[in-house]
Design a binder for this molecule. Structure first.
Ligand SMILES: NC(=O)c1ccc[n+]([C@@H]2O[C@H](COP(=O)([O-])OP(=O)(O)OC[C@H]3O[C@@H](n4cnc5c(N)ncnc54)[C@H](O)[C@@H]3O)[C@@H](O)[C@H]2O)c1
Length: 255
């Protein structure tokens, strides 16, 4: 008996086996959920298929979240195949490389709009189009980072995008709570993924975080996955609009 037997879960943003989205997907599958993964482009299709092959029955759908029609098409496909979606995991972020080095003050207009569009706004249509498939309520979650609240070197516009993402979680939670749809964020500590390795200096602050955090260990995708199970399941039925840290306690430090 799994905690998520009979549930349907859609995970947005798997690129490869290191992806946090994949950690969430395999934990949800372990607890009995049926899984669909979205991936951005053919460029990552083979690596995503390697993941999907580990969980028999997994559906893969290509979608670029800059295009509303592609987002809607994912739900149309799932409506036909599944009828219902119970859990949605948003695990997507992007900022142009040149805006993740140097000074935040030099962020370009285009870089700002791109980063916020892909990393924050995409949660809004991804949630809005999910709701008609959640007649009995559901759970939506996204991945944020503590740079929403504090300044980290080179995180720059992505920190601002995470602040917008967390605020969006609160507004979505308030709108959709009456329909039984809960919306939360998970804030993991640094994990070496494709996206993280795009942040100059990532290895340095990942190491510092492991050395200084109360639990003195690094964060991995399975820890995040187990928290995703909690948020997806009835165990978290009283939790919405919140940010749950899975960062070995790093966020409580004041030094
Ligand atoms: N790795 C970390 O240290 C860390 C820490 C906290 C939060 N996060 C967040 O976790 C989430 C997942 O990142 P990750 O670290 O697993 O890296 P990742 O590179 O594996 O995942 C990022 C995903 O975003 C997708 N994506 C980017 N632009 C897209 C677009 N236009 N359309 C569709 N998909 C698009 C990529 O294809 C990829 O699958 C991100 O929101 C990231 O900010 C990561």
């Amino acid at each position: 008996m799994g905690l998520l037997d009979g549930k349907n879960a859609l995970i947005w943003g798997v690129a490869n086996r290191r992806s946090i989205g994949w950690g969430a997907a395999r934990a949800l599958a372990r607890e009995g959920a049926r899984i669909a993964l979205t991936y951005e482009s053919e460029r990552v299709e083979k690596m995503v298929r390697d993941c999907a092959d580990q969980v028999p029955g997994t559906t893969m759908i290509q979608a670029d979240v800059t295009d509303d029609a592609q987002i809607q098409a994912v739900y149309d496909e799932l409506k036909a195949a599944w009828d219902r979606v119970d859990v949605v995991v948003h695990s997507i972020a992007y900022a142009p490389r040149e805006d993740m080095e140097g000074r935040f003050a030099d962020t370009s207009r285009n870089g700002f709009l791109t980063a916020l569009g892909i990393s924050a706004y995409s949660l809004v249509p991804i949630t809005r189009y999910a709701v008609p498939l959640m007649p009995d309520g559901g759970s939506v979650m996204t991945m944020t980072y503590i740079a929403s609240d504090r300044v980290f070197p080179n995180y720059n516009v992505m920190g601002v995008a995470k602040a917008a993402l967390e605020a969006s979680v609160r507004y979505l939670a308030a709108d959709l709570g009456p329909q039984g749809v809960r919306v939360n964020a998970i804030s993991p500590g640094p994990i070496s993924t494709l996206a993280a390795r795009g942040v100059p200096g990532f290895t340095g602050f990942a190491k510092a975080s492991t050395e200084r955090s109360p639990l003195r260990q690094s964060t991995d995708i399975d820890q995040v996955g187990d928290t995703a199970v909690f948020l997806a399941s009835n165990l978290s039925r009283g939790v919405t609009g919140d940010v749950l840290f899975v960062d070995q306690g790093y966020h409580v430090l004041g030094f």
